[in-house]
Write a protein that binds this ligand. Structure first.
Ligand code: SAM
Length: 343
């Protein structure tokens, strides 16, 4: 009897053990199936994203022809640009952040294709004094945009011209076309003055002999374009060859030492804020304090309408205008009192 019950317990234990074993095998199998199936799903999703996204066919990752042309040009040419690797890196870092943007370059050179490529998708405009040189360069690189410009200064006059910093005409900020400063370049096509330039590189005109135009007016005008910027943006201005007296003195004087961000080799980098949008500030050249008035605009709601009606009624005897006004007359007064349009 004892033997019988003992063997019954033994069988029971074996059955329980086998059931647990089967259960464990079943659970383990399910886990491995689900993990391998989830892996394959995520894998195929990535693959789908990469190859099958209808919004991004192969063109999205294809190198634009203009960039591959530039790459081949620089790999095969024996002529290297004048700016060194560390000098180029200064403006490249800014372009890395700001491009595609508006980039104005004084001078067409062996580096022009590089600047236009680094600003791929933006506008890079070159201002060049030498007509024949423009033809040579644009024959080779027809996509480069350039204007021929004429300078009426001579390097030998630079000592006289630096004195202009003290004059009111050269201190005031305006559109270079309206400036009375003799250093302001006025002969560029209109869009040079009307574009809001994010970067300006001054690496021309020529300035290595007395009869050459020198970079006095190019540096002054670059500063004026930056200060007169109406969209409130900051302009990065670069001047090359600051080892020469003109580039050194004119950049420090007219672009301002306070705005100097860095100097690398013969390249200086200034960041110039717009002087149009500041409410309070010091004019760096004249050291004058300038301030503007900030007006808070509110909705012309029922309360304002009531205030306007009451004040108009009360003030009519004194022939004065209430400050609160309906939107149309408010705009007209703002334009009349703040913005003078000279013909
Ligand atoms: C000081 S260079 C700057 C060149 C530029 N950084 C480069 O690496 O080529 C500026 C001026 O030199 C003149 N220039 C440059 N290369 C020239 C060339 N091969 N033939 C004639 N003029 C050239 C152009 O008038 C240009 O505006």
């Amino acid at each position: 009897m004892r033997n019988k019950s003992h063997s019954f317990i033994k069988t029971k234990l074996i059955v329980i053990f086998c059931s647990i074993l089967v259960l464990i095998i079943f659970v383990l199998k399910r886990t491995s199936i689900s993990s391998s199936s989830s892996n394959s799903v995520s894998h195929s999703t990535t693959r789908e994203k990469h190859y099958q996204n209808p919004k991004c066919p192969q063109q999205c990752t294809k190198l634009p022809t203009s960039l591959s042309d530039a790459l081949v040009h620089y790999v095969t040419t024996e002529i290297t640009p004048q700016q060194t690797f560390s000098e180029v890196s200064v403006s490249k870092r800014v372009l890395d952040k700001k491009s595609p943007c508006n980039f104005l370059v004084f001078g067409l050179g062996h580096d022009s294709l590089m600047w236009a490529s680094l600003n791929h998708g933006g506008r890079t405009l070159f201002l060049e004094e030498d007509k024949a040189w423009i033809e040579t360069v644009t024959k080779k690189f027809p996509n480069l945009e350039s204007y021929h410009v004429v300078y009426d200064t001579k390097l030998k006059d630079s000592i006289k011209l630096i004195e202009l910093e003290k004059t009111e005409d050269c201190k005031s900020v305006s559109d270079p076309r309206d400036s009375k400063c003799a250093l302001s370049l006025k002969g560029f096509p209109a869009d040079v003055y009307e574009t809001q330039w994010d970067l300006i590189m001054v690496d021309a005109p020529t300035g290595y002999h007395d009869e050459a135009p020198g970079r006095m007016s190019a540096i002054y005008t670059a500063g004026l374009l930056a200060r007169n910027r109406f969209d409130g943006g900051e302009t990065d201005v670069f001047v090359h060859d600051v080892n020469r007296p003109v580039e050194d003195e004119f950049s420090a004087t007219f672009l301002c030492r306070g705005y100097l961000k860095e100097q690398e080799g013969r390249l200086r980098h200034f960041t110039i804020p717009s002087h149009r949008t500041r409410s309070v500030g010091v004019v760096d050249v004249s050291k004058e304090l300038v301030c503007g008035i900030i007006d808070y605009l509110g909705e012309f709601n029922f309360r304002k309408m009531a205030e306007w009606s009451l004040k108009t009624f009360l003030m009519v005897c004194n022939k004065v205008d209430p400050t609160v006004k309906p939107p149309g007359s408010y705009m007209n007064r703002l334009i009349e009192t703040n913005f003078k349009v000279e013909s």
